[in-house]
Design a protein around this ligand. Structure first.
Ligand SMILES: Cc1cc2nc3c(=O)[nH]c(=O)nc-3n(C[C@H](O)[C@H](O)[C@H](O)COP(=O)(O)O)c2cc1C
Length: 465
């Protein structure tokens, strides 16, 4: 077997723990939970990405406080409800030689799901997304919310988690403290950099005290908020420099934008360059001292991921959409089978689905959240037959490779001169060329299992009978 991408697959330390490689699943909302409770699909989603070879998995957002519950698919971390589920997933992920990190979350004023709800907030400035004016927390209320992060971290630690990631990006509560655009407080939590970073420092200090030196504390924050007066890259440098000196943090991850004018930077789509933000990550790495940086944002190619580590853009590579599309991405890349990776096309279908409140879905991964998703192949058929498929669009192509993988002899006929049907047309629109990669992967899979493709041929009844 040829092993590729040596930098990406080298071990590293995060805090006191060793990661077998540099690949991490970024936090990814699945909407697989029900009644705020962990389900089998919720656990499978993480476990299958551990089986697929990622070294560290960050859960989706976990509510630290009843105020943080956005919808019935938000996991609660502030009560006993999910302790059995947390214990199970920690145990399962460890068996796969991976680490599990819980993402601690409070949206503050940014009430995406319930804009009419009266949220708590850092300041009296309205949420730019919903227009809601929050109740401004008193200093005592701020301290109570800080405690809720700390006690949730302790619960996860007691359940066997390796650490937590504080969600301080995308305009949520911690970022509302960090950003001069949202923090106009006049108490100890508002004003200069020292004051705006106090909340997150207090939270991290409390977690370190309660959960010990071995427990990983990560922070996701913006390297560029992308709004006037917000956290610009120079301010992010100052924040990173200050926080790296506390000794509380074991890694920093940088997610750009918030849910207002800069939303497009948060989950950069196919109109962005690959690795659009790696230069920003490099800038942050240059001031983060001995705190590792997780680079993320439209990183989907093993060669790019390897370059990020090799050339010092970051110490870890975070991926959400590429691992939604193919949980076995790491193992396929490691074993020299990158061509088998189902390519992520970054059209943000998955993100759209979860924001509509639907379960996580992706174009060409129909098995997200199912057991054995990572290395699943079609079951062999009892009898091998000759199968004729008429039509070379995505449905025909999918049916063709699946039937062939089951052991049938498959011929696919298309009256067109090129395969791909309607999706091929879409891929010819400006900026949509990534869509073609779905077609290419289907054709490749068919060829692998011996599908015969016949083009420029209009099938008639005589061909069938
Ligand atoms: C479906 C979906 C759900 C997400 N959920 C979260 C989340 O719970 N917490 C978070 O910090 N970021 C979340 N993100 C953002 C990702 O963690 C990541 O920062 C972003 O998608 C860029 O990485 P990528 O290009 O590898 O997808 C989500 C992204 C997607 C596509």
């Amino acid at each position: 077997m040829v092993f590729r991408f040596p930098s990406l697959f080298s071990e590293t330390k995060v805090g006191k723990k060793t990661l077998k490689n540099r690949i991490c699943l970024c936090a990814t909302v699945t909407n697989f939970a029900q009644n705020n409770k962990i389900t089998d699909s919720w656990r499978n989603f993480l476990l299958e990405r551990a089986r697929g070879g990622a070294a560290m998995l960050v859960t989706e957002v976990i509510a630290v406080d009843p105020e943080a519950i956005a919808q019935s698919s938000t996991i609660t971390g502030f009560d006993l409800t999910n302790e059995p589920g947390f214990k199970l997933i920690a145990n399962d992920v460890h068996k796969e030689d991976a680490l599990i990190i819980g993402q601690l979350w409070h949206p503050g004023r940014q009430q995406l799901w319930h804009p009419t709800k009266s949220p708590i907030g850092v300041s009296n400035l309205p949420d730019p997304y919903s227009g809601t004016v929050p109740h401004v927390m008193t200093t005592e209320e701020v301290l109570r919310v800080a405690e809720s992060y700390i006690s949730t971290a302790k619960r996860l630690s007691d359940c066997g988690f390796d650490g937590v990631e504080l969600h301080g990006a995308h305009g949520y509560l911690i970022m509302q403290f960090l950003s001069p655009a949202s923090n106009n407080r006049e108490d100890i939590f508002g004003g200069d950099l020292e004051a705006r970073t106090l909340f997150v420092r207090k939270v991290a200090e409390g977690i370190r005290e309660k959960c010990g030196q071995d427990f990983i504390i990560g922070l996701k924050m913006p390297a560029d908020e992308g709004v006037p007066g917000g956290v610009c890259p120079d301010e992010a440098v100052r924040i990173t420099t200050r926080l790296s000196k506390t000794g509380f943090f074991d890694y920093f991850a940088y997610g750009q934008g918030n849910f207002s004018l800069s939303l497009e930077n948060h989950v950069p789509d196919m109109y962005f360059d690959q690795g659009a933000f790696i230069e920003l990550h490099k800038k942050m790495r240059s001031v983060s001292g001995n705190v590792p940086v997780m680079a993320l944002g439209r990183i989907g190619e093993p060669s790019l991921a390897n370059k990020i580590i090799e050339e010092g853009f970051g110490d870890l590579v975070g991926m959400s959409r590429a691992l939604i599309t193919d949980p076995a991405w790491p193992e396929k890349a490691r074993s020299g089978n990158s061509q088998d990776i189902r390519p992520c096309v970054y059209d943000n279908f998955s993100w759209g689905e979860v924001h509509l409140g639907k379960p996580l879905a992706e174009h060409h991964n129909a098995f997200i959240g199912e057991a054995n998703e990572a290395f699943r192949l079609p079951e062999p058929a009892n009898f091998s037959k000759r199968v004729m498929i008429v039509g070379g669009g995505v449905s025909g192509l999918e049916a063709a490779w699946v039937a062939a993988a089951k052991g049938h002899g498959v011929t696919l006929f298309s009256s067109a001169s090129e395969l791909g049907g309607g999706l091929l047309l879409e891929s010819k629109l400006p900026g949509r060329q990534e869509m073609r990669r779905i077609i290419e992967h289907q054709i490749f899979s068919g060829e692998k299992y011996g599908v015969e493709y016949v083009l420029n041929y209009r099938v008639s009844a005589r061909d069938v009978v």
